[in-house]
Design a protein around this ligand. Structure first.
Ligand SMILES: Cc1cc2nc3c(=O)[nH]c(=O)nc-3n(C[C@H](O)[C@H](O)[C@H](O)COP(=O)(O)OP(=O)(O)OC[C@H]3O[C@@H](n4cnc5c(N)ncnc54)[C@H](O)[C@@H]3O)c2cc1C
Length: 335
């Protein structure tokens, strides 16, 4: 069974199979819809349905309340059509957004897997065919044949679309990441993508990059891309960790400093620093609070734990940054 969806006020329309989500159908047909986690957790894809009925699927009650469902709102990443739909947008698009890359399927083969901090691992996958993506986007990897799909940001440059790098947090009970310590070269897995709206936009403003934990991943892709394209902007990376041992990929930071010169600054800050640590102490929010007086002239990319992204976003808004200069990559757990 196939249904028809119409977007107002643009008048665009697309077809939705009864078994697929409204978001997947739109992306498949090149319709630029706002979205984030794709698992019903972040609310970015919440739209008002002017007409039609959907099954809300796995939308969490926190992201889409009962009252919102009754009013006619839906999370498009979870919603499956039960009739034709009319989807209302505010008619605003980001003038700096790039043409949608239609997601497609690949097979990735493990070419390397290395532990880089006590909790983070670096995974390299060779793909069966190159993947086009923008720096900052993510893909979904299937944990095992028939297993769940997990979102991971690409940590390497779009110039190397056949060999993707990732930085992953190891969760012992994790369906995907739990297998990292025993994963071997040659293991293959299904991959689909690219997804995500939090990719590097063109512009003249300096770029503020903020991450904790595995949130460094999409920022590495942005920095690799900036280095390769000789992007003239200034990139300021604030990274929060607990201890010096939790700071990943020092060699990458050194190479950005060498290649980008004073267009790159790396500002790690430690919340549980040892006495001998000579750098910044405290959380990433306090480093930003002290070191960014006026955020209005930056583009900012905030990546990692959703709570950290929200706090930093609020802080930067208080320091003058506007909505259209702020890009979030919130790492909501899939389950
Ligand atoms: C757009 C996007 C991009 C992402 N990019 C990355 C990335 O580049 N690197 C990365 O490491 N993660 C990333 N994530 C987060 C990652 O997809 C989830 O954490 C995912 O659930 C991990 O799968 P898993 O198999 O390890 O654990 P699961 O099987 O999903 O979960 C097992 C248990 O661990 C808990 N859990 C899962 N993840 C975490 C976590 N991060 N912290 C604490 N508890 C957790 C779950 O709630 C559950 O109880 C991203 C998420 C999104 C939405």
């Amino acid at each position: 069974m196939t249904y028809q969806a119409k977007i107002v006020p643009s008048g665009e329309s697309f077809q939705i199979d009864a078994e697929e989500s409204v978001l997947d159908a739109g992306l498949r047909q090149g319709i630029a819809l706002a979205y984030g986690c794709r698992h019903g957790n972040c609310s970015t894809c919440k739209y008002f349905l002017e007409a039609g009925e959907v099954d809300h699927g796995g939308a969490s009650i926190y992201s889409l309340t009962e009252a919102e469902r009754e009013e006619g709102f839906a999370l498009l990443c979870c919603a499956r059509p039960l009739s034709d739909l009319v989807i209302a947008t505010r008619g605003e698009t980001d003038p700096r957004s790039l043409p949608l890359v239609t997601p497609s399927a690949r097979v990735g083969t493990v070419a390397g897997v290395t532990q880089v901090t006590p909790s983070l691992w670096q995974l390299t996958l060779e793909l069966d065919a190159p993947l086009k993506f923008y720096p900052g986007q993510f893909v979904e990897l299937q944990a095992h044949d028939g297993g769940g799909w997990r979102s991971y940001s690409i940590a390497s440059s779009p110039a190397h679309g056949s060999r993707l790098e990732f930085v992953m947090k190891h969760v012992a009970s994790g369906m995907f990441s739990g297998a990292l310590p025993t994963m071997t070269r040659g293991t293959s897995m299904a991959l689909r993508g690219p997804f995500g709206m939090s990719y590097l936009r063109a512009g003249a403003a300096p770029v503020l990059l903020v991450a904790t934990g595995a949130g460094i991943a999409p920022l590495l892709s942005i920095l690799e891309d900036a280095m390769e394209r000789e992007d003239p902007r200034r990139f300021e990376l604030f990274y929060g960790a607990r201890t010096a041992a939790d700071l990943p990929l020092a060699a990458h930071m050194d190479s950005y400093a060498t290649r980008l010169g004073d267009r790159f600054s790396y500002r790690p800050t430690l919340s549980r620093a040892a006495p001998e640590w000579a750098g910044r102490r405290g959380r990433v929010t306090s480093a930003l609070q002290h070191e960014i007086a006026d955020a209005s002239h930056y583009d900012a990319y905030l990546c990692g734990a959703p709570h950290m992204c929200d706090i930093v976003g609020t802080l930067l808004e208080a320091k003058g940054i506007r909505d259209n200069q702020l890009f979030y990559d919130k790492f909501h757990p899939a389950s």
